[in-house]
Design a protein. Structure first.
Ligand SMILES: [Ca+2]
Length: 261
């Protein structure tokens, strides 16, 4: 009887690779996918092409896109009517926004400019250049996190808007691209992924996705009319620990609770 000399060699190779393979697998396991519960539903302006959303001062702040329709405004949970609003230059396409001190800072998509607004009146204070694409913004203490449609978040100094670092976001060891609207929620960065119904819950130290919130079905439920009408808004009321989500031109804003802790 003759045995193929290749078999033992292949077996040895497989055995040699086994610890490495299992080690990698353990480190890069896919993040769990969780469902959600709708706690409350509130109205959302179906004409608002939502690009930024956050909750502060007891109200919602929203920033919207599209040239000629881009604005930042405050509204209550119960009504879509703006309490106060500011309009961007009509040639600009508005994007994400964040509050810092007595200001609101908002991005434009590909116009290379960003705004500082008076937090109370939403009158523009300053227009300043920012390189690259602007997508989402959120803030924790003195660090602003900005997305640009890639898998990498840029950390910024809120006073100067200078970059202070980057955070590569990964799941299963692979980059998670198209990160869009952001929210700092209780020690995590939440980011919805453009053109999907998923929100990544990101470890802000490592960039690793800890879990996914799968909001499947919410877009259709929200009166989305076109393929552009995607999930794109996450806000957190830190005082009452309430999480809100909405989307571009959705007719509803939802308070949700993820099924994962
Ligand atoms: Ca947000």
């Amino acid at each position: 009887m003759s045995r193929s000399p290749r078999a033992p060699r292949a077996l040895l190779l497989a055995l040699a690779l086994l610890p490495l393979a299992s080690g990698c697998g353990a480190e890069a396991a896919p993040a769990p996918v969780c469902g959600f519960t709708i706690e409350e539903s509130y109205p959302h302006d179906p004409e608002a092409f939502t690009q930024g959303l956050f909750f502060a001062d007891g109200v919602l702040y929203e920033s919207t896109g599209r040239k000629g329709q881009s604005r930042v405004f405050k509204r209550t949970l119960q009504s879509t009517a703006p309490l106060v609003e500011g309009a961007l230059d009509p040639t600009f396409f508005g994007e994400g926004s964040v509050a810092w001190g007595d200001q609101v800072i908002s991005l434009t998509w590909r116009d290379g400019m960003a705004y500082r607004w008076d937090r109370t009146t939403l009158k523009p204070i300053k227009l300043f250049p920012v390189a690259g694409e602007g997508w989402g913004l959120t803030i924790h203490e003195d660090t602003i996190y900005q997305s640009d449609g890639s898998s990498r978040l840029t950390l910024r100094d809120p006073e100067t808007f200078a970059s202070t670092g980057t955070l590569e976001v990964t799941d299963e060891g692979r980059p998670v691209a198209r990160l869009n609207e952001l929210e700092w929620i209780d020690g995590e960065i939440w980011a919805n992924v453009w053109m999907s119904e998923r929100i990544a819950r990101i470890d802000p130290e490592t960039g690793v996705v800890k879990s996914w919130v799968d909001l499947s079905g919410l877009t259709a439920k929200s009166g989305a009319r076109t393929a552009d009408d995607v999930l794109n808004g996450i806000a957190w009321d830190a005082k009452k620990d309430r999480i809100f989500v909405t989307g571009k031109n959705w007719d509803t804003l939802y308070q949700i609770t993820p099924d994962c802790p």
